[in-house]
Write a protein that binds this ligand. Structure first.
Ligand code: SF4
Ligand code: SF4
Length: 518
């Protein structure tokens, strides 16, 4: 564990304006674990995160550009699937019970692929957390990305940390009113764009955009647009870190997923303590490298001090690394006082030893193996995926009908799903029922041709009749048989089990009574 506050022989001068020559000590309120755990109610302290510069800030800019770019632009990418199908590359076409992901189309009957993807994503998240902590929270979580975007907007209109503090503490002048108004209007525009992009995933984006503007869109589109606009504005613009600390369960779950070998953003107390401002010409002997400038706290979007150790509130965004590296460079000390490190190495380093990074360990092997298994299952299912789906539903009322000539008739609803992007013709037969005749309402009898248009589902009302002369072969009240759906072009046949219902035999009655059945 970190050796924070291990010695107090060089006491920090809390009143010092400079932490080192030319480096101003930031006057920033730190949210401490003790304060947060106190039972008494305390109103929120607004956090004025300072703009950080450095490697991790640049990575976060890049991740933000890519993730927001994907989210906003994806519904506008086109994909030609032929004349009868939608040309939107990514479309969640719930109205027609199917999802389009570029060349891949998943029907409602195949939602287990989505389940598989969600399992792989969850396991991937566990693996990343075991290796490098809350990477997801710090870089790609939508709450982090949109909060970052809202802070960019705020900074654009109101300036960086000290300017924003001055503005908030000052009286309500014209300048303050217009800067605050401009900030909130821009936040709302971002929120509307976010809600708009969301609904575009569910319907042809250009069409829906025109409908939304003209007021002709479905009511549900306006509802979701409103909900997403409100949540983006409130969660990203107003609530910010409160969402991560109080609303999100993930920090609590994640802390069970990393261990002493996980790379976490850590303050190297063995190197930084005892901390104190550094005066010009003063020796670095017998003191730590931390000059207590609080630059790391000033950039923290959660308002915490990483020098207090790993905390639940830390989203591992790495901005404190950038801030401290900049300070170290300016005071000519080695960078990495705050860095990605493991608990094991921090312990070893405090005894002047090193503990090498161990990414391959039982926990990570287990997660990787589970991911591999689920991927293999998904791949196998995908390679054996059929291009035709048949479902059969027996009529419930009446279960069977006895016609005037003594023949028995059962009604079924047979659904044929043609997953190919071309029209197909099928024939339908009943196998395992001697003398059975199949007729399809509206089409005809005797295995008539059934046309199913590309990428569509056709529901058929099917009547199966067994003449009186053939009923000796029926197995009482329930005779199993199967429907055969034959592709007219190549004879490929898909079967579906069904049951033909009829009156119970005398012998069934007797045995039922013997067994005490009704
Ligand atoms: S850890 Fe680095 S940035 Fe933070 S107070 Fe110490 S010297 Fe300053
Ligand atoms: S302590 Fe550092 S890594 Fe954690 S949230 Fe604050 S700036 Fe990000």
């Amino acid at each position: 564990m970190t050796m924070i506050n291990r010695a107090a022989d060089i006491a920090p001068d809390s009143s010092a304006a400079e932490a080192a020559p030319g480096i101003v000590r930031v006057d920033v309120k730190v949210s401490t674990p003790a304060e947060r755990n106190a039972l008494s109610y305390a109103s929120r302290e607004k956090i004025y995160a300072k703009l950080a510069h450095g490697t991790f800030r640049n990575i976060k800019w890049a991740v933000m550009a890519v993730t927001l770019g994907i989210y906003y632009l994806l519904p506008w990418i086109r994909w030609n699937r032929g004349p009868s199908l939608p040309d939107q590359a990514f479309l969640l076409d719930f109205a027609n019970q199917r999802l389009f992901f570029g060349p891949i189309e998943i029907w409602a009957q195949e939602l287990y692929y989505i389940t598989g993807l969600l399992i792989i994503s969850a396991l991937g998240l566990f693996l990343v957390t075991a290796v490098a902590g809350r990477m997801w929270c710090g870089y790609t979580c939508p709450q982090t990305v949109w909060t970052d975007l809202m802070i960019v907007v705020e900074r654009f209109w109101q300036g960086d940390r000290s300017a924003r503090i001055r503005l908030d503490n000052g009286p309500w002048t014209f300048e303050k009113v217009w800067k605050k108004t401009a900030t909130h209007i821009t936040w709302l525009l971002v929120a509307v764009a976010t809600g708009g992009a969301f609904v575009f995933y569910f319907r042809d984006a250009p069409t829906l955009a025109a409908e939304l503007i003209e007021g002709d869109a479905p009511a549900l589109a306006y509802v979701f647009l409103g909900v997403f606009t409100a949540t983006t504005y409130l969660l990203g613009g107003i609530a910010r870190e409160q969402v991560c600390i109080y609303m999100c369960p993930w920090p609590r779950i994640q802390s069970a997923m990393y261990d002493r070998e996980s790379l976490l953003i850590s303050y190297r107390g063995y190197r930084g303590e005892p901390r104190a401002p550094h005066k010009k010409g003063q020796s670095w002997e017998g003191r730590g490298d931390c000059i207590d400038c609080k630059a790391c706290v000033a950039v923290c979007p959660m308002g915490i001090d990483i020098r207090n150790g790993v905390q639940l509130e830390c989203i591992q965004c790495a901005l404190c690394i950038d801030a401290c590296d900049d300070i170290m460079q300016r005071i000519d000390r080695p960078q990495g006082l705050i860095a990605y490190d493991t608990f094991r190495n921090l312990d070893a380093a405090s005894h002047h030893e090193r503990a090498p990074l161990r990414i391959v360990r039982p926990r990570t092997i287990l997660y990787a193996a589970l991911i591999a298994v689920v991927c293999a299952v998904m791949l196998g299912a995908w390679l054996n995926r059929s291009v035709l789906d048949v479902s059969v539903l027996h009529d419930r009322n009446p279960v069977f009908v006895q016609l005037s000539d003594g023949s028995l008739r059962n009604g079924f609803t047979v659904k044929i799903l043609n997953k190919m992007h071309e029209a197909r013709t099928f024939r339908l037969a009943a196998e395992g029922l001697k003398g059975a005749q199949v007729s399809i309402v509206g089409i005809g009898s005797g295995e008539p041709a059934i046309e199913v248009v590309p990428d569509n589902l056709r529901a058929l009302k099917v009547l199966v009749t067994v003449p009186a002369a053939k009923q000796d072969d029926l197995k009482g009240a329930a005779t199993p048989f199967r429907f055969a759906v034959i592709d007219a072009s190549d004879g490929a046949t898909t079967y579906h089990q069904a049951t033909f219902r009829g009156p119970e035999h005398e012998s069934e009655h007797e045995s039922d009574h013997e067994l005490g059945h009704e």
